[in-house]
Design a protein around this ligand. Structure first.
Ligand SMILES: [Zn+2]
Length: 581
């Protein structure tokens, strides 16, 4: 017994003092046992790598998350360059990878840790990062990753246990990129604008249809990218990724977002508006990808596809480095010069490519449980068929950018979000009156139940008016002509789908503040009509044409009130004004 005790003691001592303990050395293979690395294991693993290979990697921490822990960033560099500004000056592109935004979909956690380990342990592989950098966020939704269960992802084929989609505030972080309710998001803004990634991958696992491929991916919608970037991505980058995956023996298809109910009827490019990771990234001319492995395939297979995808994107980025740098630089310049910006898009159903798609026969069958018809993917009957791939979008609403936006300092929270995104803000030096273009919100819809912590607005209509507005010392002046213009327009134009207006940052103006008492206002209303014959005429016309109005005393007084100087100009007036010249 004593001998055995001594042996155990020696093993323990060896485990503690060996520079690379056995447990950590095998961590990158954990996925093979249908297990995903826990937060603690994974951060300990990156920490061990950072100690073992200090020349080539760093484990950094930033800010905080809603669960009080920081966000980690693990950076791998082939030639020991770790300063973001130096990397940008040298033209070394950065691939940033985000994992576990949905911690129930942890494939990227394990694939990224294996990729980092392989880079550091295999000098030949590390050569790929001679003039490029890989920056990994091991866990983005740390909060959800700490909440483990086997029941978080129904019918997902492994791992045994996984995290939860919501974060500490029960938010889906992949809807939070502009509204930025979560501390995780605000910390990410800092990381993103410090490292200014060239390429960005957000790792997920699908829901929905089944098909033969273990892996699919979304590319930032190319029509929505800056035009100089869009053509290049569509013609060079994306085909290179598909070809390389094929050559590596891991063929993939675009994300299976069905046009109708099954892939046979065609698939549609996902429209990534700025609330989503890649929609946010591409506002800054960063090329985004959402990796979506197929939830019905075994976890170890999915991890290996996700690994291969990240390696492939990195290889393509490195190979294209010089051309990419020139194209992106041009896109940044074009963004500053661009006058018109589309705010919304519509799928072009007249254009599509044809894809060879390896799916399964689909049929409808009656559910044994509910007795209703349901679609079944017959995995015993694989088929290859040509399907339509709708991948073009047409701009709908287009606005002309102003020379500047002016934001009253009462909306300091909005200014703070702009600052976090490295938007240049100036302050108004003294109290002054400026002639500006203002929007009145004339109509809008609002969701009926809370959506991601908000009563989101949509279908917003406006009318414009030129008005003199009094500004105070310290109000915010946002000059356009920045390489952040696309972002500024998307968050400050109220009609944009993920604008701060739609996400309720300006709801105060939607409610009238000053009212009247009918029995006292009646006399005033009579006087107003007497002094204003045109108003009196339109009032009489409305009474004659609208019987309900003719019977409604309050509505008649309200009609006159809202056309009188008593009615506040600020009701429904969007507080951010546009400076036109
Ligand atoms: Zn997801």
């Amino acid at each position: 017994m004593l001998r055995m005790g001594r042996l155990i003691l020696w093993i323990l001592i060896l485990c503690i003092f060996l520079p690379y303990p056995n447990g950590v050395a095998q961590l990158h293979l954990t996925y093979k046992q249908n297990k995903s690395l826990s937060y603690t294991q994974c951060i300990a693993g990156y920490s061990a790598l950072a100690k073992e290979y200090p020349q080539h990697c760093r484990l950094l921490t930033y800010g905080t998350t809603d669960v009080g822990k920081p966000l980690h960033l693990f950076v791998v560099s082939g030639d020991t360059l770790f300063e973001p500004e130096a990397l940008q000056a040298e033209g070394y592109p950065v691939l940033m990878v985000m994992n576990a935004i949905h911690p129930g979909e942890p494939d990227g956690v394990d694939a990224s840790f294996k990729l980092a380990t392989d880079f550091l342990q295999q000098p030949k592989l590390l050569q790929l990062l001679q003039k490029a950098v890989l920056a990994i966020i091991p866990f983005y939704n740390v909060d959800g990753a700490l909440y483990q269960s086997p029941y978080h992802r129904s019918n997902q084929n492994g791992p045994e246990s996984c995290g939860f989609r919501g974060n500490g505030r029960h938010l889906d972080l992949n809807r939070d990129f502009t509204k930025a309710d979560a501390a995780n998001t605000r910390t990410f803004h800092e990381i993103f604008h410090t490292w200014k990634p060239d390429f960005f991958i957000d790792n997920h696992v699908t829901n929905g249809a089944d098909f033969q491929y273990p892996f699919t991916f979304i590319t930032s919608q190319v029509d929505k990218l800056n035009p100089s970037l869009g053509a290049y991505v569509k013609e060079r980058i994306v085909p290179a990724i598909f070809q390389s995956m094929q050559s590596a023996g891991k063929p993939v298809v675009p994300y299976v977002n069905t046009y109708k109910s099954t892939p046979s009827e065609g698939i549609v490019d996902f429209m990534d508006t700025p609330r989503y990771s890649t929609g946010y990234a591409n506002l800054f001319n960063t090329l985004g990808f959402v990796a979506e492995s197929n939830k019905y395939k075994p976890f170890p297979v999915r991890v290996e596809y996700t690994y291969q995808f990240m390696l492939t994107v990195l290889q393509v980025m490195v190979k294209e480095r010089e051309r990419w740098n020139a194209v992106r630089k041009n896109a940044q310049m074009k963004t500053m010069q661009q006058k018109e910006f589309p705010l919304s898009w519509k799928l072009d159903t007249t254009q599509y490519a044809m894809l060879d798609f390896k799916g399964y026969e689909t049929r409808y069958r009656k559910s044994q449980l509910t007795g209703t018809e349901m679609i079944v993917y017959d995995t015993t009957a694989p088929i290859t068929q040509k399907i339509r791939y709708f991948n073009r979008y047409i701009p709908q609403q287009v606005i002309t950018k102003p020379s500047a936006y002016i934001i009253p300092q009462a909306y300091g929270d909005v200014a703070q979000l702009l600052r976090l995104n490295q938007v240049r803000l100036e302050r108004i030096a003294k109290d002054t009156v400026l002639n500006v273009e203002v929007y009145y919100i004339t109509d809008y819809q609002t969701v009926k139940s809370p959506y991601e912590g908000h009563y989101l607005h949509y279908d917003v209509n406006i009318r414009k008016e030129l008005q003199p507005i009094r500004y105070h010392t310290g109000d915010f002046y946002v000059p356009l002509g920045q390489n952040k213009d696309r972002f500024i327009v998307e968050v400050l134009e109220p009609q944009a789908p993920d604008s701060y207006f739609c996400w309720n940052y300006f709801d105060g103006v939607l409610m009238q503040k000053e009212w009247f008492s009918d029995y006292r206002f009646e006399e005033t209303a009579i006087e107003i009509l007497e002094k204003n014959p045109a108003l009196k005429q339109s009032f009489e016309q409305k009474k004659a044409a609208d019987p309900a109005f003719a019977k409604d005393g309050f509505q008649q007084l309200y009609f006159i009130f809202t056309r009188s100087p008593y009615y506040e100009l600020s009701h429904n007036r969007y507080p951010v004004a546009r400076k036109i010249n």
